[in-house]
Design a protein. Structure first.
Length: 184
């Protein structure tokens, strides 16, 4: 696994052994960031504050920093994710532009230093908590008024946007589906 583009392009990231963490593939991350840059009605990644919820290795948040985001808040509650993410942040020298929050994203979370412009949610496929987490982010004041959110799901998983969100776009890459949402 590596950073696909930007100032850290080609830098390798670590991932814990086993099946507890399923990092977003390089291909899906590349497609995600191409959509953010060229296809979606959104203000853009440059100087954006992003959140990588269920971050696993932190790859999506760190990719955002590599491509020009100002700050990334990485959220996960597992010890393997905590260790891998900390190591990846240090490897890239991004300690000043990241925050790591060890928290269950379905529970109340402390507000970030400023509202998030882009939130990426990649919960374990077996958990059906996406709508709950989106609602939690909205109710907790995490999302800026023009924020864009993206949810990574298994391509066949059922998903309905919770109150306060509308689906903007949806894409499928192999077994992965990306659903983009805006606040209503």
């Amino acid at each position: 696994m590596r950073i696909v583009a930007g100032k850290h392009r080609g830098r390798r990231l670590v991932a814990p052994q086993g099946h507890d963490i399923r990092p977003t593939s390089d291909r899906v991350r590349e497609a995600l960031f191409n959509l953010l840059a060229h296809s979606l009605d959104w203000s853009g990644l440059e100087e954006a504050w992003v959140a990588d919820i269920f971050c696993g290795t932190g790859a999506v948040g760190l990719e955002a920093l590599s491509r020009g985001a100002a700050h990334a808040t990485l959220v996960d509650n597992g010890q393997p994710a905590f260790a891998a993410t900390r190591q990846n942040i240090a490897t890239l020298g991004e300690e000043q532009r990241t925050s790591f929050l060890r928290n269950d994203a379905t529970k109340p979370m402390p507000r970030p230093a400023r509202p998030i412009d882009f939130a990426y949610l990649d919960p374990p496929y077996r958990l059906e908590v996406t709508a709950e987490v989106l609602t939690n982010l909205l109710d907790s004041g995490w999302l800026a008024p023009d924020a864009l959110s993206c949810v990574e799901l298994h391509r066949k998983a059922a998903f309905e946007a919770p109150d306060g969100f509308a689906v903007e776009d949806e894409r499928i890459y192999g077994d992965t589906r990306l659903v983009f949402l805006k606040l209503t």
